[in-house]
Write a protein that binds this ligand. Structure first.
Ligand code: ZN
Length: 421
């Protein structure tokens, strides 16, 4: 095996790895059919893949009428990847195998306003400790997810973290270089929203997906044709501050009025719930407020119990998000829309209002083809997406050409890496 292979050869190896990994072709005859490559070429490329330790010995055989052919599978334990998600108030660390299965995970409270260096140092410390506790020594790479869009060219953040000062990260802080220096493995950096979309698309086995997270704010991300769609300014999916109405009473945190976030964001819902408690329009929430501050969980519970004022708040939010998503869906035609985030979106009335808005605004042929799903709980989609991004990038032609000869992806550490997703 040699990195002196022409680029075309690495491309063929990447294609075979992708087919075997996805299960679309798993025997030599299937790979020959699917790729149009000659039998000898396929055999040669598979021997390179085997020499990298990527193939699992497998006895199982599959017949298409003639002689049974051995089923090829990648060995998910050939290496491991680390995934670190930096949220505004929490860090999530995971060790995954090459299938993206989470082998161990740890979540800790931490606020990003403690600083860029401090946060990345803590993230790296968590990841290293988790790998050590699991006895994992062959770490091939890592993905760090951020609560911000990332420019894939420069690796710099596109929007500020956190979005409000104090403690705002310097705009020129290079997360990728800093984390690669601490972890001594190749590191990819991506927005957590994009990682969520990638993980959800893989678990639902769809190529075109719209992913929406309704937390305190609203973020969205797109997978198109199986790949992330980042957009010309790395800002695709920034729906939060598109105005839904000219309602001057709906003042948004951005200073304008009528934004989607001012209807659906956690802060906006909490504001409405507290007002309903204060003026007594919700007896349910007023009773809670007499004992302690009202939370989004209280609003969701009050709505689920049929409290009219709470139902009105939740239905209005579901309708607002549904209207906005119908515009996005009309343009993008996703197979699935995945929604995750604060407790209110789990309310059946929220989902029903959202579904109704989609049905009302979209042609049946479009609306009926969209699967509406709740995201996996606890950030599991983004962790899976982080593992997928690292593995797909490590097994992509340009990166294989660099690390295959040395036998370990550490050769990529410190290099300016692009993501192959
Ligand atoms: Zn706004």
């Amino acid at each position: 095996m040699s990195s002196a292979y022409p680029r075309e050869v690495w491309k063929q190896i990447e294609t075979l790895l992708t087919l075997v990994r996805s299960g679309r072709a798993q025997t030599r005859p299937e790979l020959v059919d699917e790729t149009g490559l000659g039998r000898n070429v396929v055999a040669e490329r598979l021997s390179t893949i085997a020499a990298l330790g990527l193939l699992r010995p497998e006895d199982e055989a599959r017949s298409r009428g003639g002689r049974a052919a051995r089923v090829l599978r990648l060995d998910p334990t050939a290496g491991h990847v680390l995934v670190g998600l930096i949220g505004i108030q929490r860090l999530h660390a995971a060790v995954c195998d090459l299938d993206g299965t989470v082998l161990a995970r740890r979540d800790v409270d931490w606020h990003v306003s403690q600083g860029a260096q401090e946060t990345c140092t803590e993230m790296a410390r968590l990841l290293r400790a988790l790998a050590a506790d699991e006895g994992v020594r062959d770490v091939w790479g890592a993905t760090v997810g951020l609560p911000s869009s990332v420019d894939p060219g420069s690796g710099l953040l596109v929007d500020p973290v956190p979005s409000t000062s104090p403690g705002r990260w310097p705009a020129d802080f290079a997360v990728q270089d800093f984390c690669a220096g601490l972890l001594d493995v190749p590191v990819w950096v991506e927005s957590a929203a994009n990682l969520g979309a990638l993980g959800a698309a893989r678990s639902l086995q769809v190529q075109d997906l719209l992913w929406v997270r309704v937390g305190s704010g609203v973020t969205a991300a797109l997978v198109s044709g199986g790949r992330l769609h980042r957009g010309g300014n790395s800002m695709a999916g920034a729906l939060a501050h598109v105005a839904l109405s000219s309602d001057q009473d709906r003042i948004c945190l951005c200073g304008r009025s009528g934004c989607l976030e001012a209807y659906v964001g956690g802060w906006a819902l909490l504001d409405e719930a507290q007002r309903a408690a204060a003026v007594g329009s919700s007896r349910h929430l007023a009773a809670v407020a007499a004992r302690r501050p009202v939370t989004l969980e209280d609003l969701a519970a009050a709505s689920a119990a049929g409290d009219p004022a709470s139902v009105q708040i939740v239905v209005r939010a579901g309708n607002a998000l549904g209207r906005m998503l119908s515009y996005a869906a009309a343009l993008f035609d996703p197979s699935a829309i995945v929604i995750t985030g604060n407790p209110v979106i789990d309310d059946q009335r929220f989902e029903a209002a959202l579904q109704r808005a989609l049905q009302t605004n979209l042609l049946p042929a479009l609306a009926d083809g969209i699967t509406l799903r709740a995201g996996a709980p606890g950030g599991a989609d983004a962790l899976a997406g982080g593992a997928e991004l690292a593995v797909r990038s490590l097994l992509s032609a340009p990166h294989l050409a660099v690390w295959a000869e040395s036998g370990a992806p550490r050769a990529l550490a410190g290099a300016r890496l692009s993501a192959a997703v």
